[in-house]
Design a protein around this ligand. Structure first.
Ligand SMILES: *Cc1c(COP(=O)(O)O)cnc(C)c1O
Length: 342
């Protein structure tokens, strides 16, 4: 039994999801003839109170198309220094949209409306790149699945409206935040121009992300997706997984959060642990003390069939997901409790 806590992207479809996929009615989506993907797009748009949505092969492509929708080359976007769009999308903002990123020195991947105001460029000054887009991430990945305070998001949304800026949400793990904070999709739909959501993370689908926005946004996004090589054919098989996940895999995210909290409590008591960051959703970030270094710790756990990520600089990560069973959690509690170092 391998306990794979590397990421919530390592999941395999559940039996129910596989059956839904096999039964999907499909067609060629490049000709807009796949009924299942259309159903998924309509369903998610309605859920968030947005006009339209579009299926993407990855969250990266959905975010990058969103940036392209809201900007012109030479302009500037504002995001946190830890943002996925800046750090982990291959330099996409520069490559795909020709924009620069103004990085905010936020707190655990999150920042205030006041900091946004301080960082917007002065449009009257011809020396400065024009700010056109603010993008935030919820949950904040690099911060260990931290959740934004929705009141701060409202404040930033107002700043965007007052300053003629677009507002994009990288919601790769938005459903984790919604479940953890007891918030609704509509609350988020109201605050952002566009939202990207990953089906392939906590929701347990093999592939897929969605971009939500106005009809005009999605019309343009369809063209950019094709341009990037993301026009796909019988994707109803994948969309069926998404539809299934929205029905059956959202509320259960609570379980992943509970498991993360339970294991974090075990780590906190362990003599070899220096610090465990606050757990808000399905991710634990922690550090070992000098009884064992982080790389060794990863190896020792791997010998016990427990896979975790070393993120460098002593930072370690465990991610909980749908394929982690109660039995695995029990076993993990025992393994972590039994580890002894001099
Ligand atoms: C995973 C992730 C993405 C998208 O990643 P893909 O692997 O391209 O689907 C975007 N933003 C965040 C915060 C993520 O965690």
């Amino acid at each position: 039994m391998i306990i794979n806590l590397l990421s919530d992207t390592v999941t395999k479809p559940t039996q129910g999801m596989l059956e839904a996929m096999c039964k999907a009615e499909v067609g060629d989506d490049v000709f807009n003839a796949d009924p299942t993907v259309n159903e998924l797009q309509e369903k998610i748009a309605k859920l968030f109170g947005k006009e339209d949505a579009l299926f993407f092969p990855s969250g990266t492509m959905a975010n990058q198309v969103a940036i392209k929708l809201h900007t012109q080359p030479g302009e500037q976007i504002i995001c946190d220094k830890w943002a996925h769009v800046y750090n982990f999308e291959g330099g996409g903002p520069a490559f795909n949209s020709g924009v620069s990123c103004k990085l905010i020195d936020g707190d655990r991947g999150m920042f205030t409306a006041e900091l946004v105001l301080e960082n917007i460029s002065n449009r009257k000054d011809i020396h400065q790149a024009i700010t056109t887009l603010i993008t935030i991430e919820n949950t904040a990945n690099k911060a260990g699945g931290a959740c934004w305070d929705i009141n701060e998001i409202k404040n930033i949304s107002s700043v965007c409206k007052e300053n003629d800026l677009s507002f994009h949400l990288d919601g790769a793990r938005l459903f984790n935040a919604l479940v953890a904070k007891n918030e609704t999709p509509k609350q988020y739909g109201d605050l952002f121009d566009t939202i990207s959501i990953c089906l392939s993370k906590g929701l347990g689908c093999p592939v897929g992300s969605l971009l939500l926005g106005t009809k005009a946004h999605i019309q343009k996004a369809l063209r950019y997706r094709k341009l990037l090589g993301g026009g796909m054919r019988q994707i109803g098989y994948l969309a069926a997984a998404g539809l299934y996940a929205l029905d059956y895999h959202v509320e259960r995210l609570e379980e992943d959060h509970r498991n993360a909290i339970k294991i974090a409590a075990v780590l906190e008591k362990a003599t070899y642990i220096k610090k465990v960051e606050k757990v808000e959703t399905n991710i634990i970030i922690f550090y070992t003390n000098n009884t064992i270094d982080d790389t060794n710790f990863v190896k020792i756990l791997a010998d016990e069939d427990v896979l975790i990520t070393g993120m460098g600089q002593g930072k370690l990560r465990m991610v909980f997901h749908i394929n982690i069973t109660d039995l695995m959690i029990e076993k993990l509690v025992v393994i972590l409790g039994d580890l002894k170092f001099k």
